[in-house]
Design a protein around this ligand. Structure first.
Ligand SMILES: [Zn+2]
Length: 316
């Protein structure tokens, strides 16, 4: 699994990522990115069934982004290395069940999706919505320290506009990932992250009139792919606001919504299995203060887990 991941990353994208000092990927950018749903096998590892969820072109070749439906890990494969499969085992897998359960008819319009996992630890999610405030680098360095100094798992809910407006800070995050200090799960947080403080929730965030939902999803994925990063099959609705229509569209794009039961700035406290939500874009200093209190109370041994383990319970 990991061997495959590195093979693809090294062969295809690492060269691009190593030139991340310039955003000039236009000549070798991602084109034709679209949502698909096709059970496939990787010809090099034929016994493993994957779900191809995206197809795109790069360097005049066609590629697929696929999800391992048992582990929720994603992988990028050339189309010619994949084969359609008749094996129907994918239908009864944790990924397919999660897509159904967490996109089922929502209760209300806030915090729908998974809010905690059945695991002996917590899942830190950090939202990077568009913001003019300072990026919270210290929060990430304190997180690395709290996790024992290396390999801190963190799910970053990233908006496309934040990437475009914070180049140096985004490069810093990619460096931390390359060094292994952070193990980042990239969670899609839409591209423009619409928000108007004057409007009611029912007409706000991605429920705002005129929003092109599929474009909001795909444009952020495109930015990640062009930088050599691996999109996860997870999505966080801006403001945690969604309705039935958005969930059916999210399911059609094979993404699982990530809520939270410990939004720290709102005074919610982490419990075992909690998905913790803080903002790393300077918007919620109270949440950051409470995160540090949580780390201090954990005496340097906060058990942070990769987000996919909220579904699988796998410990690596
Ligand atoms: Zn946000």
């Amino acid at each position: 699994m990991r061997r495959m991941f590195f093979r693809i990353c090294l062969a295809v994208f690492f060269i691009a990522a190593s030139f991340s000092g310039c955003i000039a990927f236009a000549a070798d950018g991602i084109t034709g990115l679209k949502a698909i749903f096709e059970p496939i096998t990787d010809k090099a590892e034929a016994r493993r069934v994957l779900i191809a969820i995206r197809e795109f072109e790069r360097s005049s070749k066609k590629w697929r982004l696929a999800v391992d439906p048992e582990t929720f890990e994603t992988i990028i494969l050339p189309v010619h290395d994949t084969a359609r499969t008749d094996d129907s085992a994918w239908k009864d897998t944790p990924f397919i069940r999660a897509l159904e359960i967490y996109n089922a008819r929502p209760q209300g319009i806030t915090n729908n999706g998974v809010i905690a996992g059945n695991a002996d630890g917590v899942f830190l999610t950090v939202d990077l919505c568009p913001s003019k405030k300072a990026f919270d680098r210290e929060m990430f360095t304190r997180t690395i320290k709290a996790a024992g100094g290396h390999g801190a798992p963190v799910a970053i809910a990233i908006s496309g506009l934040w990437i475009e407006r914070h180049k140096a800070q985004f490069d810093w995050l990619m460096d931390k990932a390359r060094e292994g200090a952070l193990r980042i799960t990239w969670v899609n947080h839409s591209f423009t992250h619409p928000f108007d403080p004057e409007r009611p929730l029912e007409e706000n965030f991605l429920l705002t009139d005129g929003v092109d939902f599929e474009k909001e999803v795909l444009e952020t994925e495109r930015l990640l792919l062009e930088r050599g990063l691996m999109p996860s099959p997870f999505f966080r609705f801006p403001g945690l606001v969604s309705d039935e229509r958005l969930h059916s569209r999210l399911k059609a794009m094979s993404l699982i919504p990530i809520g939270a039961n410990a939004w720290l700035a709102k005074g919610e406290r982490p419990k075992t299995g909690s998905i913790i939500l803080v903002h790393g874009n300077g918007n919620e200093p109270d949440g950051i203060k409470r995160l540090y209190e949580y780390y201090d109370a954990s005496t340097g041994k906060a058990r942070l887990l990769p987000l996919r383990e909220a579904f699988t319970g796998v410990v690596d």
